[in-house]
Design a protein around this ligand. Structure first.
Ligand code: NAP
Length: 250
């Protein structure tokens, strides 16, 4: 039976790279996007070119009801959920801790942390063996910022990703008897559009010399790890936070 993967924030960046790679690996793929329908449709076309089914679902993960609706749309398109990549996330405008606006903090937390919690719940409800599901695997999207703290520019973002690390450990323990493995990836500086919203021009280039490998990473380099953690090749791996950061944070 063809396996199905659901990826939030699959229209661009790391989510899009994972969607394309998943299709090449034989998954049918559902992705969500927040506003960039054109980019999402481009990813769906690439999934279809790889010979798999692709579906794009609009979903702003700032809204818990919207997340639940997106999972119902998923149910309408696919018979079961095998793998969930809990990826959607944003960065706010960079600034010192003292100046971070409360509105920005609340939005970052709503999308990156609360939204990811609700989405993981929806995935687990569909996968859990006690509810008639097939079991499965979840990968949560954290960041090296959770380990480094985001000092001087992104403490809100780092704080939001710390919650993802904690959630991953709790879910790995609670969902193991349900046949669900839960891991997280913690990328470092990856070349995607997310840095633009920080207001720091060329953010990866600017900081790459702080990375032991002296370069930023690609979305594909993260996608490779995500798909490994979602595959049966990692069948005895759960509760692990995998740094994909070129040695940053060691
Ligand atoms: P990206 O290129 O900016 O892509 C973000 C994706 O998330 C897009 O598909 C976007 O949809 C979607 N999205 C944005 N706001 C959303 C919202 N409110 N609700 C639902 N979806 C939303 O970013 P990326 O770098 O691939 O980031 C993906 C994840 O990786 C994030 O959780 C980020 O924190 C994490 N991460 C990134 C890095 C890095 O260096 N790039 C490092 C560590 C962790 P639209 O296309 O419709 O806008």
């Amino acid at each position: 039976m063809t396996k199905t993967i659901f990826i939030t924030g699959g229209s661009r960046g790391i989510g899009a790279a994972t969607a394309r790679m998943a299709a090449m690996a034989g998954y049918d793929v559902a992705i969500t996007y927040a506003s960039n329908r054109e980019a999402a449709q481009g990813v769906v076309r690439d999934i279809e070119v790889a010979g798999r089914r692709g579906v794009a679902i609009a979903c702003d993960t700032v809204d818990a009801d919207g997340i639940k609706r997106a999972f119902r749309d998923f149910d309408a398109a696919f018979p079961r959920l095998d793998a969930f990549f809990n990826n959607a996330g944003i960065m706010g405008k960079a600034g010192p801790f003292i100046d971070i606006a409360t509105d920005q903090l609340l939005t970052v937390m709503a999308i990156n942390t609360t939204g990811a919690f609700v989405a993981a719940q929806e995935a687990a409800r569909r996968m859990a063996k006690s509810r008639g599901g097939p079991g499965g695997a979840i990968v949560n999207m954290s960041s090296m910022a959770s380990k480094l703290g985001g000092a001087f520019e992104a403490t809100d973002y780092a704080f939001s990703k710390g919650g993802i690390d904690t959630l991953t450990i709790g879910l790995a323990k609670e969902l193991a008897p349900e046949g669900i493995r839960v891991n997280a990836v913690r990328p470092g500086l990856i070349y995607t559009d997310i840095h633009d919203s920080s207001g720091i021009v060329g953010r990866v280039e600017k900081y790459k010399d702080m990375v032991p490998m002296k370069r930023g990473g690609s979305a594909d380099e993260v996608a490779d790890v995500v798909l490994y953690l979602l595959s049966d090749k990692s069948s005895y791996v759960t509760g692990v936070l995998v740094d994909v950061a070129g040695g940053r944070g060691l």
